[in-house]
Design a protein around this ligand. Structure first.
Ligand code: SF4
Ligand code: SF4
Length: 130
């Protein structure tokens, strides 16, 4: 999906440094990168969802409720829930407004929710795990 980008200017040794900007193109958890990495920087992970759910932690979901269309009542929006590969686990809908509630312990950090969250809300973001 070309989710991984490279920027040589970030690496003082001149080598390309990989990073993901979920808002532009989130990870689809295909795990292809883990199959081709020539070092042990990425260890091979199978693409089955049960394996991915157990082994992948790319980041932590951080919701700003005051920006969320559902929680503020400014609109009906469940996009983050619909695109999540782990609905009812990483994210569920709660209350009369059916606002999203994220579970950082179940979330794989793929960023599909961040990519889907509409402008101008941009209420959910995935914070990288250092
Ligand atoms: S909550 Fe967001 S980042 Fe976490 S698994 Fe679901 S779509 Fe991916
Ligand atoms: S996609 Fe964004 S605005 Fe819509 S419910 Fe999810 S967090 Fe709220």
């Amino acid at each position: 999906m070309k989710a991984i980008q490279f920027d040589s200017s970030l690496d003082p040794r001149g080598g390309d440094t990989p990073f993901i900007v979920a808002r532009e193109q989130a990870c689809i958890a295909c795990m292809e990168c883990t199959q081709v990495c020539p070092t042990d920087a990425l260890l091979p992970i199978a693409s089955e969802l049960t394996v991915v759910a157990r082994q992948v932690r790319l980041g932590t979901p951080v919701l700003t409720k005051g920006k969320c269309l559902a929680w503020t009542g400014k609109g009906i929006c469940r996009l983050c829930y619909y695109v999540c590969p782990l609905p009812e686990s990483a994210v569920r809908l709660d209350g009369a407004r059916q606002g999203p509630v994220f579970d950082p312990t179940a979330c794989i950090g793929c960023g599909l929710c961040e990519e889907a969250c509409p402008e101008p809300a941009r209420a959910i973001r995935i914070e990288p795990i250092a």
